[in-house]
Structures are given as C-alpha cells and as structure tokens.
Design a protein around this ligand. Sequence first.
Ligand code: 0FX
Length: 244
Amino acid sequence: MKDILLLTDNDKLLNRFKNLIKEKGLDNNSDFKFNYAFSFNNKTFVEKFKHSDWIQPIKVKDEVDFLIGKYNMIFSLHCKQIFPSKLVNNVKCINVHPGLNPNNRGWFPQVFSILNSLPCGATIHEIDDHLDHGPIICQKEVKIEMWDTSLSAYNKILDIEMELLSANLVKILNSKYETKIKGEGNLNLKKDFDDLCEIDLDDKDTFRNHINKLRALTHGDYANAYIIDDKGNKIHLKLELKRE
Ligand code: 0FX
C-alpha cells in the first residue's frame, strides 16, 4: 500500500479533494492510504482542526526525514510552505498550482495575468528546487475576460485545478504519466503583490491599464488596493464590473 500525504492550507480545496477521492473510490482502497496535514502556522486550520485526528499541523522543514521515511508521494494543494531540496529529491512531491506555468509562477498568478496579459490557468507538476517550476504533468488555460476580477478568475482556476485532478489523480498515484519541461517563464513574489497595492494618484496611464490594475486587486473582501489622501489617510478601493 502506498502512503500518500496531502498538504493544504486551503479549506475549499481540502473539501473538494476529499469529495473527489470518495467519488473515485480511493478513500476505501487497499492500494493507497491518504493522510492529511496543514501548515503549523495556519491559525484558522489550527483552531478548526484542534480536535480532529485525521489531519495534523506540520512544519515541513523540521520533518523532512520523517516525511521521506513515511510517504510514497506528497501533494501540495496550495500548501504555503516551501518544500526543502532534500524532501523533493527523495520523495515524489506534486504541486497543484493556480497558474499556467511557466507564466507568472509564484504569488497569486491570476493577479499578475490580469496585469501583464500572460496566460493563466492551472498546472499540476512535479516539485523541484525552484518555485512552481518542476516538470509539468498536466495543465489547462483559463481565459480571463475584461469583466473578470482577481476573485472571478481565481474561482474559475480552482474549478480547473479540480478538473485536472479528477482526470489525472489516478495516473499520478500510479506514476503513469509523462511530463513536459517548459521555459523558465517569470516569477512574482509576495513583495511584488504588496508593491502593487498602493495606487499612486499621480500615475499617468491609459484607462485600460488603470482598470486592469484595480480589477487585478479586487478579490472579494480583501482590502488590497489603497490610496493615501492629503492627510495621510489610507483609503481602500475596489472595482465593480458588470457585463450587460
Ligand atoms: O491558497 P491560495 O489560493 O494560493 C496561494 C498562491 O496563490 C499559490 O501560488 C501558492 N501555490 C499557494 C500556496 O498559496 O492562497 P490564499 O487563499 O491566501 O489566496 C487566494 C486568493 O485570494 C489569491 O489568489 C488572491 C486573494 N488574496 C489573498 C490574500 C491573502 C488577496 O487578494 N489578498 C490577500 O491579502
């Protein structure tokens, strides 16, 4: 029997993944045993799962030898920790990533795709030593429309991640897949996102670019974009777009 670990910090995806393995009969299967973990510093999950015995908090970099000894395969389904080299070089680690690698690898890919028009989507790939970078198992593009915000694009991407998992999970678990290596693409970090959030009131650009920036920073209740007024007040803003 293969011991599989699913590491996630994303509540919706955790539920959707558990439903998927039920649907596929993989939860009661003698070939695979699924185990679940989340990041030790994910306060929401620590609270939510404090009485659960089927999912545990983990600090990956302190548990590398244990993980190598115990698991045949480790999935990162939006796990916020970076996997150390020793881990990815000794256990097959698979990343389910909300971006179309190698475009806009890293932080919040759809935000940057709305800004720089590089393609966006979802990718399942083997993890190597670089961020969102290893050999690609499968991927699918998601079209971003003029009326999309970060949130609506993100929701479409999560659906595609689940579609890719549904179509490929069994092949991946059985190591019966081929991979493609694409170019290096480009990488955005959290700092690049944070830098975008302050809107310069004197910035001169086309309306198209201003709108793109605001819709890239509009994501439900998150207070991303802000301006600073003459008195130093920080004022948050977001964009509402409605297609007729
Ligand atoms: O779990 P996740 O959807 O994914 C993120 C990264 O996008 C992904 O590249 C990485 N592999 C994964 C480990 O972490 O992240 P989230 O739930 O923190 O954010 C989901 C979306 O919410 C994000 O794409 C944009 C939006 N958001 C999030 C935060 C925290 C904002 O607009 N502002 C924020 O401050």
